[in-house]
Design a protein around this ligand. Structure first.
Ligand SMILES: N[C@@H](CCC(=O)N[C@@H](CSC=O)C(=O)NCC(=O)O)C(=O)O
Length: 299
């Protein structure tokens, strides 16, 4: 693990909130206190039968993990309920972890207008530097320094991991993955916000979380990070061509242009007729799991 992802704070106890059986594996929700976000956080984890003792001859295996980062307005539940990912994860023996998209709680500051694109449900996977958000909105550190170590200490998982996400979560997957190439074997995204410093969602969030000095924004912008990437982690992106956010918010062309400067090849699939929804994600999620499997399962 890189210095960025090594943990210095104690891993807090996980409390199981729910558990159900799916494709002979377990889908569970856990809550734990986050010392980075200063609040309780919840995440969902799907463990395939290989990692629960329900696999062949009851053998328990340490399985690789795909971390899934959801988009604006989501919780830990949207992906598990809507993406249709669990069957393929069960077949291939891959765990999936889906954290919440922001800190939560009555004491956590929100958008004054309760808008869906900032504050609760919209943590943008960064470390806020501006009050009052800096006390709780430390999602970048939360993922790398708390969630991943807690999962690896608590479940039958290996240290092999990939990262994926949708929209704001696609931005999270690209930026966290590009900044930590030694941590993640592969990166994928559906409809990611590719150049947040140049789009309304990103400008609003970054102004409030990071302040007016836009020089500090680029470390959370995939189109900037990809130009400097020394290690070229494999990247797969799927984008609906009829996505209503495509031109104003997502800008995959900016990422492709920046990647070209660094000779970084990205597989971008433009999907005619598809929109921004989970119907789109569920149509192609199995391809993403198979994409990650080839790197996660390599010996
Ligand atoms: N309909 C939502 C608007 C927000 C929205 O479309 N959220 C997307 C992600 S957008 C970029 O990050 C989403 O995944 N929604 C959850 C779902 O289950 O579809 C609203 O008004 O809240």
């Amino acid at each position: 693990m890189s210095n960025e992802s090594s943990t210095s704070k104690q891993i807090e106890e996980l409390k199981r909130v729910s558990q159900t059986l799916a494709f002979n594996g377990t889908l569970s929700q856990y809550s734990h206190y986050s010392q980075h976000n200063n609040c309780d956080m919840r995440f969902a984890i799907y463990l395939p039968p290989h990692a629960t003792g329900a696999g062949i001859e009851g053998k328990l295996e340490n399985v690789p993990v795909i971390y899934w980062l959801s988009g604006l307005s989501c919780t830990d539940e949207n992906f598990m309920q809507k993406a249709g990912a669990l069957k393929m994860a069960a077949q291939l023996g891959i765990a999936i972890v889906a954290p919440d998209t922001s800190p939560r709680g009555e004491d956590v500051p929100d958008d004054p207008d309760k808008a869906y694109d900032f504050g609760l449900g919209a943590g943008f996977y960064l470390n806020a530097t501006q009050p009052p958000f800096d006390r709780n909105y430390q999602m970048y550190d939360y993922i790398l320094k708390e969630l991943i170590p807690a999962v690896e200490a608590s479940f039958a998982v290996s240290s092999k991991k990939a990262i994926s996400g949708h929209s704001m979560g696609g931005h999270g997957a690209l930026t966290i993955g590009l900044r930590n190439p030694e941590v993640f074997t592969s990166i994928s995204a559906f409809s990611p916000i590719c150049n947040p410093v140049e789009c309304p969602w990103g400008i609003k969030a970054f102004t409030h979380y990071l302040g007016d000095n836009t020089d500090t924004w680029t470390m959370y912008d995939a189109s900037h990070l990809i130009k400097k990437a020394n290690i070229k982690t494999p990247i797969l992106i799927d984008q609906g061509a009829d996505d209503s956010f495509l031109k104003s918010e997502l800008k995959p062309e900016s990422l492709l242009k920046a990647a070209l400067i660094n000779d970084y090849t990205i597989q971008l699939n433009m999907r005619p007729g598809y929109d921004h929804s989970y119907y789109f994600i569920s149509s192609f999620i199995e391809e993403h799991i198979v994409f990650h499997a080839q790197f996660l399962q390599a010996v």
